[in-house]
Ligand binder design. Sequence first.
Ligand code: FES
Ligand code: ZN
Ligand code: ZN
Length: 318
Amino acid sequence: MHARCSVCGEPAVARVEYARKWLCGAHFAGYVEGKVLGALERYRLVERGWRVLAAVSGGADSAAMLGVLAKASVALGFRLAAVHVDLGIEGFSEASRRAVEELCGSLGVPFAVVSLPEVAGVGLPELARRARRPVCSVCGAVKRYLVNVAAAEAGADVVALGHHADDLLAYAVKNFLFQRLPELAKLGPKTESTGGLVGRVRPLYEVYKSEASLYARLSGLPFTEERCPYSPNRSVEGEVRAFLDSVEARRPGFKISLARGLARNAGLWGQGPRSPPRACRVCGAPSEGELCSFCRLTLKALGRPMGDVAREKVREAV
Ligand code: FES
Ligand code: ZN
Ligand code: ZN
């Protein structure tokens, strides 16, 4: 016997264990959209009239986020645009960029592509090699910087990130285990804008990875399955993720409770990301010292701080 949707009786496509329901495609989509709308309202992530800039990677998670936000923007009255950072990773970046173009085209969401090779003259792997730093850590810093510049240049009120509950919880638990407690302060559903730092929100805060992928697939949203060749195969985060999943399998809803607890208490661990006190001498971005982290990185790797060039290119793109 095939399972039937608990709402309408049509053939089911998904079992949502913690809600004790089988759902058909339409009701599953409605259920994920309801969860995102619930988070937007519960955590007050967006306001009517705001400009929301969604950072999209080309993968299923941010595709799901953009798909739901495109619908929510009509209901909640905010303006939506997207930005994609092309990292210049051979093969992977082309596939990602194509997916973003198709995604935004199909949803009718205006978007900009900011290309690291155009900004810095080299792609991410070469930049990291010359800076003698791990690719993933340079990647995080570059994306944070370029997305923030794009948001500031576009006059966005907030940046939306496609981090789902599984990402956030694995990262939070890992940092708790290593007692890097100030990291936890960054993991709430939102951070406010301060100075030159545009605030960030996480609409998928209570959505599981499996739900986001299935939503993207069932909604026919274009995305790439290509994995970044630099994503580590056996990380501590991966182990933590497997552990959380094994508890979830026995106690459905466990991860949602953890996410809500993290949302409640993230602020207790510190101030969260705040705008550093100074403005970078080269590009004007918020900075701890004379140069911002991007200008320091490019100075070390390329012999010249590139923040001013980056800002110029981003301004042309957005
Ligand atoms: Fe950032 Fe792979 S996408 S290192
Ligand atoms: Zn149904
Ligand atoms: Zn700078």
